[in-house]
Design a protein around this ligand. Sequence first.
Ligand code: MCA
Ligand code: AMP
Length: 493
Amino acid sequence: MLTITQKAHQFLHRMAISNCGEFYSYQNLLADSHLFASKLLMGKNDLEEARVAFMVVPGFDYVKVQWAIWQAGGIAVPLCLSHPLPSLQYVIEDTEAAIIVVSPQYETLLKGLAAEKNIPLIVLGQEQNIPLSTLPLIDSSRRAMILYTSGTTNKPKGVVSTHANLEAQITTLVDAWEWSDKDHTLCVLPLHHVHGIVNVVSCALWSGATCQFIPEFSADDIFSLFEKGEINVFMAVPTIYFKLIACWNSYPKERQKSLSACMKKFRLMVSGSAALPISTMDRWKVISGHDLLERYGMTEIGMAISNPYHGERRAGYVGFPLPGVEVKIVDEEFKTIKPDEPGEILIKGKTVFKEYWKKPEATAKEFTEDGWFKTGDVAVVENGYIRIMGRKSVDIIKSGGYKISALEIEEVLRTYPIITDCAVIGIDDEEWGELIVAALVVDDKSINFGELNKWLRQKIAAYKTPRKYLLVEDLPRNAMGKVTKNDVKNLFL
Ligand code: MCA
Ligand code: AMP
């Protein structure tokens, strides 16, 4: 199997990346990533799976650094651009990063930490000229990337994927959704998660297509780019479609009409990372003429289930297992159940990750004895189509397409001086999927929520901050003393 960089030689003179009026060919990408790989190697023959954490804005530089890490034999650890220092520090320490690479605007944020830990910090644009190194041969069984994902433990875990896992995740989608070198996509998603990294950027570049970037999410900017008539493939989370619809509604009739005409010409529009509300799917059909293709995936497995590219895309359903991905729905004892009964989704196949970074016990716990990965998601098959019903754990929240651990937020909230106890939950929300809210037991009822949120944002990402608070005398508990989160939910109704 060819790697993504080997494949790029087939498309040398095609445009790989378009970014704010700058254009880069596959040849540019190969030349610059080789040069940067030489920089990372610092005279060594092979990085031998050293972790390289990088905080780089989406665009040519991001892909150059990612490809360079892979070509030098390192493990790519993309950092979230909106995380405050403690969250970045957690990832850098947990992976024991050997090198940190940053776009200039993140130098101030990370230089103290890099100096303290004695980790070389490379600021893009400030590199010295160095001679090209010979690149090592990388076996596809080697580790390629670590992405952090929240689970039922309070701190996020590092999901390790090998080169073979990534290639399987990419080729499965390239085949199923018929990517080609004629495609032109727009990446509006963050590049520390599978959705943006694999489904958008890597699938495009595997296929010889063009990937365009915007500096930050803006519904208005997205529509302006759509109007140029070049983009024909678009992927986003349901919250983004919701925001696009709201923006479209605000336009005068004439603009709406011309925009709808542009969108009708797209080849494919996909939604995923969270349940797509039927109301959003219906409304999007009216304004764009497209039946959104909804699919189901997870950081640990890439994409597993998808509505068909050709054929009926059924609203409220995620479709069928993708070719090469084994899917079964099981009861509590991991036995396959009757098709019309709900159960947990288990997954097997080449797309499934290798391990949680430095967590052999957590890894073992998430697999059955015969090697199936336990997703923790509950689904049912109805008339052949799979419908996701929810998650087994109430402690995992999906908001804006981000997976968030309620336990992680609770742990931080409990360190706030006035808070003695708390329970964090997600409540249904049309725009965000779920909205994060918290019930608090406090010493001082005059607690200032604005101050609390300001304090929280220095410790955890802004998208993890609760949007509503409720003061309670006590949290609802069962006979064992465990907080009953469904009762907490009722408090917010
Ligand atoms: C932001 N805001 C929120 C939330 N986040 N409000 C409620 N809940 C939230 N979760 C509000 C805040 O009020 C904030 O203002 C304002 O929005 C703008 O914040 P900002 O962060 O700038 O938001 P945005 O840029 O508009 O972002 C919205 C977004 C973003 C584009 C939908 O959340 C996003 O990129 N989501 C995609 C995440 C993703 O790629 N997930 C894939 C992982 P204030 O200043 O008051 O805070 S899942 C995956 O990879 C698997 C494999 C899969 O299946 O795909
Ligand atoms: P993440 O760990 O961030 O990769 O999020 C993966 C989780 O997102 C899955 O375990 C599901 O709970 C959820 N998810 C992804 N796609 C869908 C979808 N189409 N419908 C419902 N939930 C989804």
